[in-house]
Design a protein around this ligand. Structure first.
Ligand code: ADP
Ligand code: MG
Length: 232
């Protein structure tokens, strides 16, 4: 089967003033359907840049990214935006919820933006899985950090995306909330088969994934291909 995400010789060079900052230096990566992959590495090694390039938020300087078989470099801005809405869910360290909307509104808006209308069944399954049933009518400011991140995860998965890209999802949480959020991500992967790529610099968080890749200086160090499926 086609990998959900494939990237080949991916480079990203930022220009800040006269200085060139090579954030990605030839990344090769494949993520297969149903995988939970963690990408670990020290601050500044290019993790966030990689996630933004994979998600079509930032164009690479060179190299190819395919998402669900679509070459991002060959698409128009409009096509990329649609692909992002339909097939990719993002989770950020800072939750990025809309402060004036309730939890319900923040989750439901993702389905509206996606354009396929509201799917009550998917909504209910998502909210149940993330333990948010009793919190739906609260605004973000009335929720704990862990609850806000669970709302953000619900918003990311409610559209049934091909892949969820999470950038340090527990970076702003205490250890108890981190554990709850990581357990839920694992649950989403195991129960719904949700494909996930999670960036973290925390080995304990990475341990929730089934495959851990290490990044240094804009490169992924470990094997590039996913392990073959277990024949048994
Ligand atoms: N918008 C930008 N403009 C210039 N340099 C950037 C920009 N974003 C990131 N960088 C630089 O690129 C490198 C990788 O950054 P980043 O992808 O954020 O790493 P990480 O997420 O692993 O901490 C760093 O040296 C960072 O300073
Ligand atoms: Mg980062």
């Amino acid at each position: 089967m086609e990998p959900v995400v494939k990237c080949q010789d991916l480079w990203k060079i930022y220009h800040s003033g006269k200085v060139e900052v090579p954030a990605l230096r030839g990344v090769e990566l494949e993520v297969r359907e149903g995988e939970f992959v963690a990408i670990m590495g020290p601050s500044g090694c290019g993790k966030s840049t990689l996630l933004y390039v994979l998600g079509g938020l930032t164009p690479p300087s060179s190299g190819r990214v395919l998402v669900d078989g679509n070459d991002l470099g060959e698409m128009s801005d409009g096509e990329r935006t649609l692909l992002r809405r339909r097939k990719i869910g993002f989770v950020f360290q800072r939750f990025n919820l809309l402060p004036t909307l309730s939890a319900f509104g923040n989750i439901a808006i993702a389905q509206n933006i996606q354009g396929d209308g509201f799917d009550p069944h998917r909504f209910e399954v998502t909210v149940d899985l993330l333990g948010l049933k009793e919190r739906l009518h609260h605004k973000p400011s009335e929720l704990s950090g862990g609850e806000q991140q669970r709302v953000a995860i619900a918003r990311a998965v409610v559209t049934d995306p091909k892949i969820v890209l999470a950038d340090e999802p527990t970076g702003n949480l205490d250890s108890q909330n981190s554990e709850a959020v990581l357990k839920m991500l694992k649950h989403l992967n195991q129960e719904l088969g949700q494909t996930l790529v999670m960036i973290t610099h925390n080995p304990e968080a990475a341990a929730y994934a089934e495959r851990i890749l290490h990044m240094r200086d804009g490169r992924i160090l470990e094997p590039v291909a996913a392990p073959l499926p277990d024949p048994g």
